[in-house]
Write a protein that binds this ligand. Structure first.
Ligand SMILES: [Zn+2]
Length: 418
């Protein structure tokens, strides 16, 4: 349990922006937030002065498989910690390690590893539970998921998964009768049912929402597309305001125009950004092995040999920058898409996703270009951007990319005083 005062910040609260404001975290929770004209508590042991940078609730990623060479399906606690640290370097303070379609044994092993780390203080983001992406999908919309292990929901198998106590989100194809029955089970268990990898018609989406579906997995990808006479899964997701829509905002999975359109329909309380990141995230581009299959990572895209997209190498800070570029809106409008909306989606909004007194002390500090300067989890500074390095004389200039990453400004931090 840590305590920290963040000051000279543009603090984004649910009721507006506080320029020159401060956030006091005591024993892991937000004690108070104040505007420039007010005095923060003077007895907090650590202080982070952010020189006018944005301070937001920490990002929450409800759909991420891996990073830096590790995958949730490895069922390796060391790997999960490495993923958590990578996520924190990109502003994420809480995440749901996400399983792929796999055998019962492999899925149980992954869930039990998540249970071991669930809620613990790590050197990075907190593991908030598990997102099960499969195995209860539609083989016709399997995407990169292994068709051989896709199966209809079996109540006994589901009971074993839910008994681990960590499942918060299940992606399923509700047009399959056994999976529609699982929606009811999820509702009773307090688990969010998400439509995804689905070939549901508009009418089937309506039936799924009536049964309790409230979430859509990577909207636009691996789902029946929109047709003007048969709006399909995409049209059904857009037309039901009670369904929160994930989007992989890497500029590749979904065209910027559709990203803009989803935001226009859903708003920042209905759209949530996810990474769907695989183990290749944070590594150099090239071939990468996922579950025995080789994918190619090139120009920021992950593809199977047939050209199909197979997850992403996206980070959530870049997703936010992509959404800002697509919509032309500022972070003061968009911050819920990476914090409050995912918090509501998995039912942790009573303590995460908004900067309010009593909430967990999970913060991210961003500069004007929405680059991450620092990440705070439970009042602990778990990541801080390196100060800018002087350019090497005569050295090679980095190639410009679609998402230029300027060197962030350094922050000042140290013991409180004055
Ligand atoms: Zn995924």
């Amino acid at each position: 349990m840590s305590s920290l005062l963040v000051s000279d910040a543009r603090v984004l609260t649910p009721t507006g922006t506080l320029p020159g404001g401060w956030v006091a975290v005591r024993d892991g929770r937000i004690e108070a937030i104040g505007p420039a004209a007010t005095r923060p508590p003077s007895d907090l042991p650590e202080r982070l002065v952010v020189d006018g940078a944005w301070v937001l609730p920490g990002f929450l990623d409800v759909h991420g498989h891996g990073a830096v060479g590790f995958d949730t399906m490895d069922a390796d606690p060391v790997g999960l910690e490495a993923i958590a640290a990578h996520q924190a370097r990109h502003g994420v303070t809480g995440f749901l390690p996400t399983t792929w379609t796999a055998s019962h044994g492999a899925t149980m092993a992954a869930l039990e590893t998540i249970a071991d780390l669930h809620g613990r203080a790590l050197a990075g983001a907190t593991v908030l539970g598990a997102h099960m992406e499969g195995p209860y999908l539609n083989p016709r919309r399997c995407g990169a998921q292994d068709q051989r292990d896709i199966r209809p929901a079996d109540p006994d198998e589901v009971a074993a998964y839910l008994a681990t106590g960590v499942v918060r989100l299940i992606t399923l194809a509700p047009e399959i009768a056994e999976n529609l029955a699982l929606v009811h089970t999820c509702r009773e268990a307090g688990v969010t049912a998400s439509i995804g990898h689905s070939d549901a018609t508009f009418d089937e989406v309506r039936a799924a929402v009536a049964a309790g579906v409230r979430h859509a997995t990577h909207t636009g990808n691996a789902m029946r597309p929109l047709h003007h006479r048969e709006p399909g899964t995409v049209g059904g997701v857009l037309d039901h305001p009670e369904v929160r829509a994930e989007v992989i905002a890497d500029g590749i999975h979904v065209h910027p125009a559709l990203l803009r359109l989803v935001h226009a329909v859903k708003g920042s309380d209905g759209l949530l950004l996810v990474t769907d990141a695989i183990g290749a995230t944070g590594l150099p581009e090239g071939p990468f092995d996922i579950g025995g299959r080789t994918v190619e990572v090139r120009d920021g895209a992950v593809r199977l040999p047939d050209g199909a997209l197979a997850g992403s190498v996206l980070t959530l800070d870049r997703a936010l920058r992509t959404l800002a570029a697509a919509t032309g809106l500022g972070v003061e409008h968009l911050w819920p898409t990476v914090s409050r909306t995912p918090a509501r989606a998995i039912g942790v909004d009573d303590r995460k996703g908004s900067l309010i007194p009593g909430a967990d002390g999970d913060l991210v500090v961003l500069d004007d270009d929405l680059q991450v300067l620092a990440t705070v989890v439970g009042g602990r500074l778990v990541h801080r951007a390196a100060p800018p390095r002087p350019p090497e004389p005569g050295g090679p200039r980095p190639e410009p990319t679609a998402d230029p990453t300027p060197e962030p400004r350094p922050l000042t931090a140290g013991p409180a005083g004055g």
